[in-house]
Design a protein around this ligand. Sequence first.
Ligand SMILES: [Zn+2]
Ligand SMILES: [Zn+2]
Length: 258
Amino acid sequence: METIQDELRFLGTGAADWSQPNKDGFYRRNAAALLNGELLIDCGPKVWDYADNVQPGALDGVTDVLLTHDHEDHFDLPALLRLADTRLIRVMCDAFARAQIGRHPRIECIPAVPYVPLRMGAYTVTPVLANHDVMQKGLRQACHYIIRTPDKKTLFYGLDGAWFLCPAWAEMRKHRFDVMVLDCTAGDADDWRMFEHNTVPMLRMMVHAIEQQQLLAKNGCILASHFARTLHGSHAETAAVLEQFHVRAAYDGMRVRF
Ligand SMILES: [Zn+2]
Ligand SMILES: [Zn+2]
């Protein structure tokens, strides 16, 4: 019997500071990912750069979009409107993004209500609040997403954010994740951004808790993304550090099957 596989493709793995490549020529676009070619997670200003220049047609099958929050590296209105040029799309987002999008004949906005699972096409999506700058400010909020695929696999997408909030962790403990994507914006140094993003030492502790509490499914894996250009060394250096605690460093174009 053929085994159905889900595929997560990283269209971008960088934080907001990648206006240019590293000295070694290595480059990351703003963090975004594509599940099975149809569910886009975040729609920042570089998703079309990926689709136009790296993998033509990458976004052709997108029908659903999850927006984590409205920081400009994650939500770019022209990029979203370009998707809607050629098809109907459903967008799960906060009230602030809904106000930006306004009325559009080919966009259906679905409110992201923390801890309430909702159907998005063939997927069941549960937003949980993220420990991030726009956590819950008026119309704005930042979310991580728990995504259940039609193949009954579970993905956790956790960019941007620092330590999980207690209600988020309580929701996460109800699941067994086949793939988790966690924030690793800051490197292995004390940095003030730790109050809304993870550093490497924080990620090490969080991964330990995730393993202790058995949140990973059998053969489940953890990847890190949203690396800041100015807070990490080379990709090889970061990958080697994360490998010490079984975390894979994502890179643009990386494909994970699960
Ligand atoms: Zn970001
Ligand atoms: Zn952000």
